[in-house]
Design a protein around this ligand. Structure first.
Ligand code: AKB
Length: 346
C-alpha cells in the first residue's frame, strides 16, 4: 500500500523546514508542500511534490487536493504577530481566510476518504492577553482557558481559528444533509517563542530570543526591542516538531482538548543575553525597547501550564534552556556561521 500523503503549508518557514526533515527521517509519509516561495533543493528532496503558490488561491488548493489523497494536513502558513500589526487586514486574510480554505480542503478530503483527515494547527501564546505586568506575574503558568483576550491581530486570528477547527471537527453542517458525513480531526498546539539553529525568524515578536543568539554568532551588535526583564516561554525547534508529530500520532480517544499548551523553558531577555554572552564573550547586546513590541511581549504569559498535554499525549520537552543551548543551538549555529566573517571585520 502507498504511504499516506501529508500536506504541509508554509513548508519553507521555520517550523516547516524542520518538520520536512523529521517527516522524511520518519519515512511513514509522502509529503506534498505549498509555500509562497519555492523550497530550496535540499528540502525539495524530502518531498513527493512541491507547489509554489498562495494558500488564498482556492484553485491551487483544489488542484493539490485533486492530485493527492491527503490524510494529514500541517497548516503552518501564517503572518506572525509583528508583521500582523503592520498589516492587520492582510494578517486576517492569510491567517483566517487561508485557514478556512485549508479546513474546507480537509473536510472535503474527509468526506472523499470516508475517514477523518487529521489537521494539525500551530497556535500560539499570542492568544493570551494579560492586561499588565503585575497581572502577568500573578498569573504565572496560565491554563488554556485563562486570559483569552489577545491584543494582537495575530493572537485574535489564532484564537478564532482554534474555534473554527473545533467547530469543523464536531459541528460542521450539523443541520445539513452532510450532518453524518466524516468530519476532519483538528488538533492544535499553542507554541511559545521558537528558537531554531537553522533559521532566523521574521515578523514575530518573540524574535528577540533567536535574534540575540544569531547576531552574536555572526559577530553582529544586537539591540534588543524589549527590556531585560521581559519574560515569555521559549522552546527549541526540535521539541516543537516533536510536539506536532506526537500530537498527530495520539489516539483521538485520549484527547480531552482540541488545543494544548506546551512549555519548555522561560528565560527573561537578560537571562538569554547572559547565556549568549557566556558562549560569545564579545557579544554586543544592548536594550532599545520598542514600546509596542515590548507591550505585546508583556501581554503574553511568562509561562504556560502544559499538564493536559503531558497527561493526554505524553508531552515532555527534551530540551531545557541549558541543554537547548549546549546540545542543539550552539553547535549548530557555530557550524552554520563558521565560514562567515564577522561583519565589520575585513
Ligand atoms: C510571534 O512572535 O508572533 C510568534 C509567536 C509567539 O507565535 N513567534
Amino acid at each position: 500500500m502507498a504511504k499516506p500523503v501529508v500536506l504541509v503549508t508554509g513548508a519553507n518557514g521555520e517550523i516547516g523546514r524542520s518538520l520536512l526533515q523529521r517527516l522524511y527521517a520518519d519515512g511513514r509519509y509522502r509529503v506534498v508542500t505549498v509555500d509562497l516561495t519555492p523550497l530550496p533543493e535540499k528540502y525539495r528532496g524530502y518531498c513527493l511534490e512541491t507547489y509554489a503558490g498562495n494558500i488564498m488561491d482556492r484553485y491551487l488548493l483544489d488542484q493539490v487536493a485533486a492530485h493527492h489523497e491527503i490524510e494529514v494536513i500541517f497548516h503552518l502558513a501564517a503572518l506572525l504577530s509583528t508583521r500582523g500589526e503592520r498589516d492587520p487586514e492582510l494578517a486576517h486574510q492569510v491567517n483566517v481566510e487561508g485557514t478556512l480554505h485549508l479546513l474546507r480542503v480537509a473536510q472535503n478530503q474527509s468526506q472523499r476518504l470516508g475517514r477523518a483527515v487529521r489537521f494539525l494547527f500551530p497556535s500560539s501564546i499570542a492568544v493570551y492577553g494579560l492586561p499588565s505586568v503585575a497581572d502577568k506575574q500573578r498569573a504565572g503558568r496560565v491554563q488554556e482557558e485563562a486570559w483569552n483576550v489577545p491584543i494582537t491581530m495575530y493572537g485574535c486570528n489564532k484564537l478564532y481559528c482554534e474555534h473554527l477547527g473545533r467547530y469543523f471537527t464536531t459541528n460542521y453542517r450539523q443541520l445539513g444533509a452532510l450532518a453524518t458525513a466524516a468530519r476532519l480531526d483538528f488538533r492544535s498546539i499553542r507554541f511559545p517563542g521558537l528558537i531554531s539553529a537553522e533559521t532566523v525568524p521574521t515578523g514575530g515578536t518573540s524574535d528577540f530570543g533567536p535574534e540575540m543568539l544569531h547576531a552574536a554568532a555572526k559577530g553582529e551588535r544586537y539591540s534588543c526591542f524589549v527590556g531585560p526583564e521581559a519574560r515569555i516561554p521559549f522552546m527549541a525547534m526540535p521539541d516543537a516538531v516533536q510536539a506536532l508529530t506526537q500530537l498527530l500520532d495520539a489516539d483521538r480517544e485520549r484527547l480531552t482538548q482540541t488545543v494544548y499548551n506546551v512549555g519548555a523553558f522561560s528565560p527573561s531577555a537578560a537571562e538569554i543575553a547572559a547565556r549568549v554572552r557566556k558562549a560569545y564573550p564579545n557579544a554586543q547586546i544592548d536594550y532599545a525597547p520598542d514600546p509596542v513590541r515590548a507591550k505585546i511581549v508583556d501581554s503574553w504569559p511568562e509561562d504556560v501550564d502544559d499538564s493536559r498535554a503531558r497527561q493526554d499525549w505524553g508531552w515532555a520537552p527534551a530540551y531545557d534552556f541549558e541543554r537547548a543551548m549546549e546540545e542543539y543551538l550552539l553547535p549548530n549555529v557555530r557550524e552554520r556561521y563558521a565560514n562567515q566573517r564577522p561583519s565589520g571585520h575585513p
